[in-house]
Design a protein around this ligand. Structure first.
Ligand code: GDP
Length: 299
C-alpha cells in the first residue's frame, strides 16, 4: 500500500491541493460544486464519478462549510464503489493445459515488461510457463522477451522478424502441449499506425488459438499506460471488440499525475483490472485493490 500511495502521490497531491484551495473560506454552493466537478474531471476521473462525488457531497453538506478532509473521505468512498466490482484477481483454469493468456495493447504501454512480471509470478507459484514472442514486427520486442524468459526460467518460442504471428501462436501452443506447460503467454504487436492490419492479425491469432482449444485464448489481457490519460480509454475501445479483452492491467502508476483515468475506465468499461504496474522491476506488479487505490488517489 505504501508503494501505491507513493506512486499515486502526484495524482493525489495535485488534486487535494486544488480541492483545499477551492473550499478555503467558501461554503458549499452551486458554484463551488461546479468548480469541484471540473477539478475531478480534469483529474481524469470521468464525468460519472465526478458527479457521484459532488452529489454525495451536496447531499451531506450543502450550504455548510466544507474541509478538504470531508471531500477526501467522500472521494475515497465513492471511488471505492466504482472500483470494487472490477478489482478481480486473475484466475487461471488449469484444467486447460496450457491456459492461454493473450496479451494485447499499444506499443510502449508495457506489454513485454508485464509479461515478464507475470511469468515471474506464475513460475514463482510453481507453474510451468511458456512465452510466445508474437510481436514479430519488432526485433527489440523479441529480444526483450527472450531476456524475460531467461530471467524467469520460462520457455520461449520465437520466430524470425516479420513471420506470421498467428503461425507463431500455433507453433507455441503445440510446443506448450509437448512440454506440458501450464500457461502459455502470447505477446502481440501493437502498432496502431496500421490499425486495419493489426486488427486483422489479432483476429487471426484468436481464431487460430480457438481451433486448437475452443476456449482459447482463456484470458485476453490488455495493458494500458496510465501516463497517457484519455488515450488509454480510447485504446480499450479499439481492442476490446477485436481481441475480446477479458481484463486490464494498468502500468506506470508509479509517479504519474494521471492515475485517475483508471477510475474513468472502470466506470465506463467495467472490465476486470487484474494487476497494476508500479515500476520497471520484476516485482513491480501488484494485485489491484479497490480500497487502497481509492485512498491513494483521494489523499
Ligand atoms: P511494450 O512496447 O508494450 O512491450 O512496452 P515495454 O514493456 O517495452 O515497456 C515500455 C517502457 O515502459 C519500458 O521502458 C518499461 O521498462 C516501462 N514500463 C513498463 N511498465 C512500467 C511500470 O509499471 N512503471 C514504469 N515506471 N515503467 C514501466
Amino acid at each position: 500500500f505504501q508503494r501505491l500511495r507513493e506512486g499515486l502521490s502526484r495524482t493525489s497531491s495535485q488534486l487535494t491541493g486544488q480541492i483545499t484551495s477551492l473550499f478555503t473560506k467558501r461554503k458549499l454552493d452551486d458554484a463551488t460544486l461546479q468548480d469541484l466537478e471540473d477539478l475531478l474531471i480534469q483529474a481524469d476521473l470521468g464525468v460519472e464519478t465526478a458527479l457521484r462525488i459532488t452529489d454525495t457531497l451536496a447531499s451531506e453538506r450543502y450550504g455548510k462549510d466544507v474541509t478538504g478532509t470531508d471531500v477526501s473521505r467522500i472521494m475515497a468512498s465513492e471511488i471505492t464503489k466504482v472500483l470494487s466490482p472490477v478489482a478481480k484477481p486473475l484466475e487461471l483454469d488449469l484444467n486447460h493445459k496450457p491456459h492461454v493468456i493473450l496479451v494485447v495493447g499499444v506499443n510502449g504501454t508495457g506489454k513485454t515488461t508485464t509479461i515478464g512480471k507475470l511469468a515471474a509470478k506464475l513460475s514463482g507459484a510453481g507453474l510451468k510457463v511458456m512465452l510466445a514472442a508474437g510481436d514479430t514486427f519488432r526485433a527489440a520486442a523479441i529480444e526483450q522477451l527472450k531476456i524475460w524468459a531467461e530471467r524467469t526460467g520460462s520457455d520461449i518460442v520465437s520466430s524470425k522478424l516479420g513471420a506470421d504471428a498467428a503461425g507463431l501462436a500455433y507453433e507455441a501452443y503445440e510446443q506448450a502441449k509437448l512440454k506440458q506447460s501450464d500457461v502459455l503467454i502470447v505477446d502481440t504487436a501493437g502498432r496502431l499506425q496500421n490499425k486495419t492490419e493489426l486488427m486483422a492479425e489479432l483476429e487471426k491469432i484468436v481464431r487460430v488459438l480457438g481451433k486448437l482449444d475452443p476456449d482459447a485464448p482463456h484470458t485476453v489481457l490488455q495493458t494500458l499506460d496510465a501516463t497517457t490519460g484519455q488515450n488509454a480509454m480510447n485504446q480499450v475501445e479499439i481492442f476490446r471488440n477485436v481481441a475480446g479483452v477479458t481484463g486490464l492491467i494498468m502500468t506506470k502508476l508509479d509517479g504519474t499525475a494521471r492515475g485517475g483515468i483508471l477510475v474513468a475506465i472502470a466506470a465506463k468499461h467495467k472490465l476486470p483490472v487484474y494487476f497494476i504496474g508500479v515500476g520497471e522491476g520484476i516485482d513491480d506488479l501488484e494485485p489491484f485493490e479497490a480500497k487502497d487505490f481509492a485512498q491513494a488517489i483521494a489523499g
